[in-house]
Design a protein around this ligand. Structure first.
Ligand code: ADP
Ligand code: MG
Length: 357
């Protein structure tokens, strides 16, 4: 069983607005997952439901084996204090308590407040000399670091952070992200809401919300995503070379070197894999088509626009093909007048922009 299991979560406000709609995903212990999506897409709602701060309309959240939506208010408060540390964009510090007292307050809900422990936690976030300051006497970055100290004082398994750097300047953003990275390295599970792709990339995995729906779950860390792109390309090339859509896996050199990854790809619905038959599943086919398109358009761009040597095209296109957004890809395609082939003569899969041309 996963550390967090979210099943068919729906949260309805008023008569009709689904802030979350049938959201399902799992998080493993020790994982760092980013919840991304535009403003109003339901990120905060999801985090609040995960942390038991808000109740879902329907669906299940099982956290560390405990179905949280079944707990009474008292049980939930205790569960939260023991298991979860929160960091919010708005710091939510008590204005008339010192930094030290704000951290001790979180301990108080847990068991007994221990001043030495609270001071140590503040020391760990670099605020050992600010214990007696009120929130109003601290900068935004310092206040957020008090929040991180408060979140980790009870040694929670799970840290839920909602746009924790949303109100910080760059220096303090780096400091706070550094602290969260350390917590993740120390084994804490981290669910981090952000709309910032830079911060999202620091996570091992990203899920994306759009209008309350989970639209994308990438199951692999970024470097594995690139490997998967490359393997999908290899399957595509083999299909082109053999003119067969079903391949003999052992005839593909990449298969022998990446068996485990191919198994994962089959589990994720990217390829179909049997003993003697390897082919694309629809999702893998679509993704491969996009990678091939980005690769061959990049080759064309380097060849025509920069006059790069033909022998170098493949290598250089391979470097940028993973990072081209759909918009940029479309711009390159339009700029090159929707070319039909790469400089080596292989067909470039058509994109949405080509139809309009
Ligand atoms: P995000 O954090 O991604 O910006 P939210 O989870 O805060 O999005 O909000 C998702 C949607 O739910 C938005 O349309 C928002 O207006 C609505 N919403 C959030 N909280 C409430 C509430 N308490 N009452 C009514 N609507 C709400
Ligand atoms: Mg929000």
């Amino acid at each position: 069983m996963a550390f967090i299991e979210v099943t068919d979560l729906t949260k309805t406000y008023g008569a009709s607005l689904d802030a979350l709609h049938q959201v399902s995903f799992t998080v493993e212990k020790g994982e760092w997952i980013a919840v991304m999506g535009p403003s109003g897409s339901g990120k905060s709602t999801l985090l609040n439901v995960l942390g038991g701060l808000d109740a879902a309309s329907t669906g299940r959240v099982v956290l560390d084996g405990q179905e949280i939506l079944c707990l009474s208010a008292n049980e939930l408060a205790r569960f939260r204090a023991e298991k979860i540390g929160f960091v919010f964009q708005q710091f939510h510090l008590v204005p008339y308590l010192t930094a030290l007292e704000n951290v001790m307050l979180a301990q108080y809900f847990h068991s007994l407040a221990d001043e030495r422990e609270a001071a140590e936690a503040l020391g760990r976030v670099g605020l050992g000399d600010r214990l007696q300051h009120l929130p109003s006497q601290l900068s935004g970055g310092e206040q957020q670091r008090v929040c991180v100290a408060r979140a980790l004082i009870n040694q929670p398994n799970l840290i839920l952070a909602d746009e924790p750097t949303g109100n910080l300047d760059e220096v303090n953003e780096t400091l706070v992200m550094g602290l969260l990275t350390e917590l993740h390295r120390a084994g804490h599970t981290l669910v981090l809401v952000t709309h910032d792709p830079e911060i999202g990339r620091m996570a091992e995995r990203r899920i994306e919300l759009h209008h309350g729906r989970l639209t994308e779950v990438s199951a692999f860390p970024a470097h594995e995503e690139e490997l998967i792109d490359d393997l999908l390309k290899a399957v595509w090339h083999a299909q082109e070379d053999t003119a067969h859509s079903v391949l003999e896996p052992d005839a593909l050199p990449e298969f022998a070197r990446n068996r485990a990854t191919f198994l994962l790809m089959a589990q994720e619905g990217l390829v179909r894999l049997e003993d003697t038959a390897l082919s694309f599943a629809p999702r893998g086919q679509a993704r491969a088509q996009h990678v091939i398109r980005r690769h061959r358009l990049s080759e064309r761009l380097f060849y025509e626009t920069f006059g790069l040597d033909k022998d170098l095209l493949d290598e250089h296109a391979g470097k940028i093909e993973h990072s081209l957004s759909p918009e940029v890809t479309q711009k390159i395609c339009t700029f090159l007048h929707h070319p039909e082939t790469c400089p080596h003569g292989s067909p470039i899969p058509r994109g949405a922009c080509c139809g309009k041309a």
